[in-house]
Ligand binder design. Sequence first.
Ligand SMILES: [Zn+2]
Length: 267
Amino acid sequence: MKTKSLVLALVFGIFCFNIYLSPAVSAGARIDLLVEHGVEKEAETQARLAVNAIFDFFHNTYGLSLERDIKIVLTPDKLNYKDAIKQWYGASEAAAGLQSEITSGLQSRGTIIINLGNIHNNRKQLFVLCHEIVHHFQSQECQNQYGSIRWMTEGVANAIAAHILATVGIRGADYQKQWLETLKKARGWPGLEKLHTPQEWFAALQAYNPEVTYGTASLAVLNLVRWRGYQPLFAYFSALKQTSPEDAFYQAFGARIDDFEKQFRPF
Ligand SMILES: [Zn+2]
């Protein structure tokens, strides 16, 4: 009886759509976009545009297709977001409650959950959606060994997410300007050489704040983009399959990472 009512809740609560499959999606992998009841039509349209643009970007820029199934769950508000975290990740009420307060998007084992929110205020959520899809491609390409240089992982996810939102014409998405303003107002920023491990990243989030830490990583990656274009960003992640982050960086950008880290200034 319990199982039956759960199934009914799923059937009535969630409308399932398969999104338009662009050439970027290889025959073996599926994208399931689950749009929960209550998501505004316009917000859904924007999310679909962003999702298609990001898969096209990976296909056109890196020749990368999706190799693993990905499920994207769009929820309309915090309460539904919390329920989706419980449902899809098996999280407890307390853990899901905390996550729904401090995040607007999560990614775990191929399932991305986004609190898409209100159309008038959902630019941040669309950004998170793109950011998490970039992480999906990163783990696909380096087979989950990319964690060692954290500023690259997070900075690349932010730089590509910003590029996609600008490409699809989401208004007010001048992230470079925003990151610069944040850092100019801050009393300082973390040195890139202190943002390698997850522990260092976590310490910086607390010592500075998330905006300053992410902003620093994002502006560093935009520096690389200005210098070498978007193309080498994923040459780096692909190289991590065989080699250390330092060698992967050298192969991708033709420079030593410690030299780059020492000379980098956000402005
Ligand atoms: Zn991230």
